[in-house]
Design a protein around this ligand. Structure first.
Ligand code: HMH
Length: 221
């Protein structure tokens, strides 16, 4: 089987799932301005918890890159990701204070906990770099694609949510996601079939967890 551009092939193959993750009702409601602000606040509080758990995962990808990657640029791309997470954590704190959300009192939702457990499983040293970097790309790409869609033509995003959309929907974040995609494609091209198969499953699991994560915003804790 031809392996170049594996990610592009998987996006086509699992398009229904990718669309479910990137065109979720919650995201569409942000785009059309109809979002229930209590749902938005619920998402914000849960995502702050997620992002804090995401940092050690990204660090674990960094360690795998330093041990196995043959390309020095990988480390710089991943380091850029860690830098943006540092800004993100500050932003979540500011945003929480703007909306009067007490972040320290947040009860972790089951879907969030499940997603974080999945991240932990990918941090194990036996998980191949190609698998981990594919999952990393997918996690970032879902937010990029979702929030970039919110900012496309004819959007009715309210003034107060513009900044949220720009955080992940901006062109620089898009460029960063494409760098991760290129890294993943390069790793998958060289990986044996059984590793590619595991990366494809990880990609699907990320999309499923992302759908569950969006679902949380309109459910109780
Ligand atoms: C649930 N997925 C979730 N939260 C995020 N902040 C991202 C992806 C992107 O960083």
């Amino acid at each position: 089987e031809e392996k170049s551009g594996m990610i592009g092939k998987w996006l086509k193959k699992h398009l229904h799932l990718y669309v479910a993750a990137t065109r979720h009702n919650f995201v569409l409601s942000i785009r059309d301005g109809s979002v229930d602000l209590s749902n938005f606040k619920k998402w914000l509080a849960q995502d702050y918890i997620f992002v804090r758990e995401f940092v050690p995962f990204v660090a674990s990808v960094m360690i795998k890159a330093s041990k196995t990657s043959d390309d020095k640029n990988d480390m710089e791309a991943i380091l850029g990701g860690l830098t943006s997470l540092n800004d993100e954590i500050d932003w979540f704190k500011q945003e929480a204070s703007k909306w009067s959300i007490p972040l320290s009192g947040t009860i972790v939702h089951k879907a969030n906990e499940n997603y974080c457990m999945f991240l932990s499983s990918l941090m194990l040293p036996e998980v191949e770099y190609a698998v981990a970097i594919t999952a990393f790309w997918a996690i970032e790409a879902v937010y990029q694609e979702s929030f970039a869609h919110c900012l496309e033509e004819d959007n009715k995003v309210s003034q107060e949510l513009q900044e949220t959309c720009k955080r992940w929907g901006n062109e620089k974040f898009g460029h960063y996601c494409r760098s991760l995609q290129n890294i993943a494609n390069r790793c998958l091209e060289k990986a044996p079939d059984h590793v590619c198969a595991r990366a494809e499953v990880a990609f699907q699991r990320v999309l499923e967890h992302e759908v569950e994560f969006w679902n949380m915003s309109h459910e109780g804790v």
